[in-house]
Design a protein around this ligand. Structure first.
Ligand code: FAD
Ligand code: EPU
Length: 337
């Protein structure tokens, strides 16, 4: 195990932001993490665990130790009458896990195709797309307690999953290294085509319903509107979709008849932040090296040499204008460091 100094992180975050880590260590085995925990560099510094870097914005150099998780492996650990149980180690690329499941006919994560990043980060914000969230297939995870090196198991309930959140983003923030994730997948698929766009693509292609055709449809939709970080730096949706009371939504509808919102089970409304941002005139607007993407205003982008501070400043201006026009607070989904 080697601890490097002053390591550039530009290639390790999908925003493509220049930042250096004071210390940097790549972990490929659990034993290496256990040794690292004993070192002075680990004990006396701030820590950041890094997966694929697709949900992070660096606004400055990281004055601590970055631990790049590269622990790999994926296996079927058991099956019962209805389910397959798949355990994947945290450094596995999420989309590779999706492809592995599709190939083996393990159903349940096809709607989550092409989400960047590693499976170890997936529980952090309970990744979700096209009507499915990680929590729908999540069985348990193993995490290393960074204080004592012990491995602890968290159940679905213990993770306290919510919309783009979990216990690891809140009470237990920074305290655990997620080491493995076990998914419970279905032997008989329960297709989720609740998103109209999926139905449209399937109809257009005239293909029979299967986990593979759903995955292909999701990949097609995502590729048509989300910028590929290899071409334009970004971290997906920069903000979460806000929740407002039904009465506030009805009042807004009087002035903005085309406002986009979805009713939630608790009676509140979830509003499309992309719509709010577009209405404020940000969609496709270029501000210095940054901007809100032309096809999806919720995605803030780095056109080349943006600093993290520039992107943070743009986010701040967008938040202010949405608040001023609609009286709605939008909060970041991305982890700002
Ligand atoms: P990182 O960015 O490396 O880390 C994210 C956070 O998790 C950080 O706080 C980090 O410290 C922590 N972390 C990472 N690994 C571990 C670990 N092993 N143990 C403990 N903490 C850890 N998200 C969605 O939910 N749905 C989408 O549809 C979606 N689409 C996207 C599209 C694009 C183009 C992009 C760029 C991003 C998108 N995202 C989406 C966001 C992102 O892909 C997810 O949040 C993903 O789970 C992040 O994984 P990562 O490995 O890159 O995490
Ligand atoms: N819209 C606009 N203008 C825009 C963008 C969106 O008016 O510029 C409106 C459209 O009416 C559209 C609606 O907003 O119908 C919803 O847009 P979209 O289907 O693209 O989804 P989203 O709400 O913007 C969310 C997630 C995505 C996820 C998709 C698909 C959040 C914060 N984002 O985006 O997740 O892939 O739904 O399920 O919940 C991410 O988290 O990084 C992410 C990309």
């Amino acid at each position: 195990m080697n601890i490097a100094r002053n390591t550039p992180l530009k290639e390790l975050n999908t925003f493509g932001i220049h930042a250096n880590a004071k210390y940097f260590c790549e972990i490929s085995q659990l034993e290496e993490l256990k040794s690292l925990i004993q070192t002075d560099e680990f004990k006396t510094n701030e820590r950041l665990i890094l997966g694929g870097g697709s949900n992070i914005l660096f606004t400055k150099d990281f004055n601590g130790i970055v631990i790049k998780n590269n622990i790999k492996g994926i296996e079927k650990i058991k099956e019962d009458q209805e389910h397959f149980y798949i355990k994947a180690y945290a450094g596995e690329v999420w989309h590779e896990v999706v492809l592995y499941c599709i190939k083996n006919n393990y159903a349940g994560i096809e709607n989550l195709s092409l989400i960047p990043g590693n499976i170890g980060a997936a529980p952090m914000q309970n990744i979700g797309a096209y009507g499915v969230e990680l929590k729908d297939v999540f069985k348990s995870l193993e995490a290393v307690n960074l204080e004592n090196g012990n491995i602890e198991t968290f159940t679905n309930e213990g993770c306290q999953f919510g919309y783009r959140t979990s216990v690891f983003k809140n009470e237990l923030k920074g305290q655990y290294f997620i080491y493995s994730v076990t998914l419970r997948l279905n032997k008989t698929p329960k297709f989720n085509t609740s998103y109209g766009a999926i139905q449209d693509v399937l109809k257009e292609q005239n293909t029979p319903l299967s986990i593979k055709t759903i995955s292909d449809a999701v990949i097609k939709i995502r590729s048509s509107k989300l910028p590929n970080p290899k071409n334009i730096g970004n971290a997906g949706s920069f903000f979460k979709n806000p929740t407002i009371p039904q009465t506030q939504f009805e009042n807004l509808k009087k002035d903005y008849s085309n406002i986009v919102g979805y009713p939630l089970e608790d009676g509140n409304m979830k509003v499309a932040a992309g719509w709010l941002i577009e209405q404020c005139g940000w969609k496709g607007k270029i501000v210095g090296n940054t901007g809100a993407h032309k096809d999806q205003a919720l995605v803030l982008v780095n056109y080349g040499n943006a600093s993290g501070l520039e992107i943070e400043q743009l986010a701040y201006e967008i938040q202010n204008s949405v608040d001023k026009k609609f009286g709605i607070e939008i909060t970041p989904e991305v982890n700002i460091i």
